[in-house]
Design a binder for this molecule. Structure first.
Ligand code: ADP
Length: 562
């Protein structure tokens, strides 16, 4: 990972100034040397010309005097000097086809480097002009006006008299609690927290909801990809990431989709799941409960009990699996605009309490028995779905594939078959039949306050590519059975994440139709994944073609496909 601080850039630019100054001095010496050299050179040429013409006209034999020999040696040495001066420049100006092709290969890397250096230089100029402080150290600085009360409290935490976790409730001030905790931590660990920002964050907003025992916050840059044209609407997609090229690449995919008329998405299912594990004394008893729960006639009763816990949680189905005398009960319910884990868990607890009356021998082992399955790769989510199951497609025109994506329909289809389908199959992939869906899912999740751990199942995706319209255009689709997102609850209510949701027009609860905001967000995730898949696959396809062209066949036939 390349990281150049603004201060480094400032010093680098000073070094560059010194280098420029020393270059100016050596240029002066060089010009004096050249003046003397050229005067001498032309005098020698003139001297040789006059003497040899005289010898020629008077038919004198060509015996060289001492001065003539010195003049000839000087002439020879000057010739070599001229050659090294002008000859190399001439050679360097010659166009070499190999270099041009290498430049094409390095284009993407250069773009990244150029962008970084441009931004760094701009930043260092700002520092010089006094327009910006050398961040981020300054942003991390903590107000060091520690009061006597603060000092006593810090000591109390350091000595273990006051538990760190109790600071918020004891002080009734979340910011002060955070300040005391981080100061105590610095003393205990003898490590500085400089660089981890403290100021500029609302610590009340995370209390009892997002993070315990805070000591500051981590900054992640947010880039913007798009607009993405999806179902006739345009979305600017915020992506929080530290992976260079990711936003630029997704942006290129969006451009290709837009130039081809946009993408279309369909929601196939919308339901969050929770699966408790219960144990009986015998297989027979476990099977009895399974049959009871899966009997359609009992569904209404169970649903009315489940639905009591929330205005939005509505039971959709119950699916059971048995392992010996242990029963795994997978409840699926709609959750409005919430991602829904809390909601579904409350509903499940209601049903378990009810079942316990008729099945007193039922031993509730855990509210979650991993048949749900949350934050772990599992075939059940891949096959049955969890959260929002979505399919999203676009038809990319041949000229867009060539001009924007710099590859061909044929090579994309072939690469998809060999990489995303066959390659993933032989790797034994579970939901990983794609190029980098998790890259886009994680970045959008972080920007919009989703649970980043649910990236595991939310990134399950099969990418399909097919030549259509007589083989000219590309049909591309992503099928994602378990995108788990919400626009209320969890991290979605924090200021930065909420701003990103607002940008997408899906902030908070949808008043007209509960669940529409969360479903729209899931569609945007799928559409962005479609863009990301298109762009990365194209980069790989183009790269492979150029490489194999260089290695195996330097004819124009292959390069015309690129
Ligand atoms: P999760 O179930 O995803 O963990 P929370 O329980 O933290 O989410 O947040 C859901 C809360 O938001 C519930 O208390 C619910 O009543 C409330 N809420 C308000 N409007 C909506 C809505 N449109 N959809 C879902 N929940 C909503």
């Amino acid at each position: 990972m390349k990281s150049v601080s603004m201060a480094d850039e400032y010093f680098n630019s000073n070094n560059q100034k010194q280098a420029v100054a020393s270059n100016t001095t050596s240029n002066k010496t060089m010009s004096i040397f050249n003046t003397v050299f050229f005067t001498f050179f032309f005098s020698v040429v003139y001297y040789l010309f006059v003497t040899f013409r005289e010898k020629f006209q008077t038919h004198t034999p060509f015996h060289l005097t001492l001065w003539e020999m010195v003049a000839v040696v000087y002439f020879g040495a000057s010739f070599v000097y001229f050659l090294s001066f002008f000859g190399m420049n001439f050679l360097q100006s010659m166009p070499f086809p190999e270099e041009e092709e290498e430049e094409q290969l390095l284009d993407e890397t250069n773009y990244k480097d150029n962008l970084q250096s441009t931004i760094s230089v701009a930043a260092s100029n700002q520092i010089k002009d006094g327009l910006a402080a050398p961040l981020p150290a300054a942003a991390a600085a903590v107000d060091d006006n520690i009061t006597k009360d603060d000092e006593e409290m810090i000591q109390s935490v350091v000595t273990g008299k006051t538990p760190s976790y109790s600071l918020e409730s004891k002080l009734g001030d979340c910011k002060r609690a955070t300040f005391i905790r981080r100061k105590a931590l610095e003393i205990i660990t003898e490590r500085s927290l400089e660089g981890l920002p403290f100021e500029g964050f609302d610590y009340e907003s995370i209390l009892g909801q997002c993070c315990e025992m805070p000591i500051g916050y981590v900054q992640i840059p947010v880039g913007i990809a798009g607009p993405l044209m999806l179902d006739g609407m345009e979305f600017s997609v915020p992506m929080a990431t530290t992976e260079g090229c990711l936003v630029a690449s997704t942006n290129r995919g969006c451009k290709a989709i837009n130039a081809s008329g946009g993408a279309t998405s369909v929601i196939l299912k919308d339901g969050m799941t929770r699966a408790p594990v219960v144990r009986f004394a015998s297989v027979k008893r476990a099977a009895e409960l399974k049959f009871f729960l899966e009997e359609p006639l009992n569904f209404q009763t169970l649903a009315s009990i489940f639905n009591r816990s929330s205005r939005f949680g509505r039971l959709q189905s119950i699916k059971c699996a048995i392992a010996g005398k242990n029963l795994y009960i997978r409840f699926t319910c709609s959750t409005g605009d919430a991602m829904g884990m809390n909601m579904v868990s409350k509903g499940v607890q209601n049903v378990l309490d009810y079942l316990q009356l008729d099945y007193p021998d039922m031993d509730i082992i855990g509210i979650s028995g991993n048949y749900c399955s949350d934050k772990k790769p599992a075939a059940i989510n891949w096959i049955e779905g969890r959260g929002k199951s979505i399919v999203c497609e676009a038809i990319i025109k041949q000229e867009v594939v060539q001009k924007v994506l710099k590859t061909s329909v044929e090579s994309l289809v072939e690469l998809n078959m060999l990489k995303n389908l066959t390659g993933s199959a032989i790797a034994g992939a579970l939901g990983g039949f794609n190029a980098h869906a998790s890259n886009i899912v994680s970045a959008v999740f972080l920007a919009t306050g989703q649970d980043p751990a649910q990236n595991v199942e939310s990134s399950h995706c099969i990418t399909m590519m097919e030549a259509v319209n007589g083989g000219r255009d590309l049909h591309v689709s992503v099928t994602m059975p378990s995108i788990e997102v919400g626009t209320v609850g969890g991290g979605t209510q924090l200021a930065s994440q909420s701003a990103c949701l607002n940008l997408l027009g899906v902030k908070g609860a949808n008043k007209e139709s509960a669940g529409s905001n969360a479903r729209q967000l899931a569609k945007v995730v799928a559409g962005s994944v479609l863009a990301g898949e298109l762009s990365l696959m194209s980069a790989i396809a183009a790269g492979q073609l150029v490489k194999s062209h260089m290695k195996y066949n330097r004819s124009n036939k292959v390069s015309s496909n690129v």
